[in-house]
Design a protein around this ligand. Structure first.
Ligand code: PAF
Length: 280
């Protein structure tokens, strides 16, 4: 069957209403397209959890700062459609910017706390844009569950907080990060990397694993962070936004001594104009 595509809220709601009438459950997988195996693993999980799966494709302008890569962000709808068809997705919702942000659009959702450290400091505009667009997608589609990758772990926590705070009737599920053979977390932005940068990129996960192991063995967090930071620069990363252990639940800073609670390591590092993030 050809993958049905809708581009308006009314058409989306008409399809979902038909499914609801038939008693079917619905899962939503929000994406910005340029789909890879990571996205497809989310679709597979969605298919296991619900009767019908909607993937959304919208490169959301409000989560990019003016100096960021909105214009060059990879766009490949034709390939995405073929991949989703193969994955047996039931519906693609690909609205235009005019559908998502109509004339006079003036509303934004701001989630404090978990959105403030890490990417909240490095990209201050980002989580407001994400929270607002995800709230809209959830309200437009009205799914039972929505699935997000743990690669964007802080984003997942922000969305969970927002859904609880706004009483949105949906269950948010996180899915494990899909990785290349050398451990690099899959990301649409990996397409920006030159072959030489791609080789260095594989070191991010290895350096993180070493730091996490040192802390798991009782080592001081401040030592593991300093060594990891230095190792990334030595491997050829150009700049590091953060390399920090934080509590997995509330993202509070841990350290400097041995870890208490549930430590999770977060890193963001640059190779040329490409910013890579990972956590684990
Ligand atoms: O993770 C992404 O691809 C985006 O931030 C999301 C959740 C689709 C919102 O635009």
């Amino acid at each position: 069957m050809t993958l049905p595509i809708v581009r308006s809220v009314a058409d989306l709601r008409a399809v979902v209403a038909g499914w609801r009438k038939a008693g079917l459950s619905v899962a939503l997988v929000p994406t910005m397209g340029a789909l890879h195996e990571g996205h497809l693993s989310l679709v597979r999980l969605a298919k296991a959890k619900a009767d019908r799966v909607i993937v959304t494709l919208f490169v959301n302008p409000t989560q990019f700062a003016p100096h960021e890569d909105f214009d060059t962000y990879p766009r490949s709808e034709e390939t995405d459609v073929a991949l989703l068809q193969e994955a047996k997705c039931d519906l693609l919702y690909a609205p235009t910017a005019a559908v998502m942000y109509g004339p006079g659009f003036a509303t934004g959702i701001s989630v404090s706390g978990v959105s403030e450290p890490l990417d909240g400091l490095a990209r201050p505009h980002f989580f407001g844009g994400v929270a607002t667009v995800v709230a809209k997608l959830l309200i437009q589609a009205g799914p039972d569950i929505a699935i997000f990758g743990e690669k964007d772990y802080q984003q997942l926590q922000v969305i969970k907080r927002m859904v609880v705070d706004l009483d949105l009737p949906v269950t948010i599920l996180g899915a494990p990060t899909a990785r290349a053979k050398d451990g690099l977390a899959l990301s649409s932005r990996n397409a920006y990397l030159t072959p030489a940068q791609r080789k260095v990129a594989g070191q991010l996960n290895l350096v993180m694993a070493k730091a996490a192991e040192a802390v798991a063995k009782g080592g001081a967090i401040s030592d593991a962070e300093a060594q990891g930071y230095a190792a990334l620069l030595a491997e050829g990363f150009d700049r590091i936004d953060y390399f920090e252990f934080r509590d997995a639940l509330d993202l509070r800073r841990l350290g400097p001594g041995p870890a208490e609670g549930e430590p999770r390591l977060f890193a963001a590092a640059w190779l040329g104009k490409t910013r890579l993030i990972d956590n684990g």
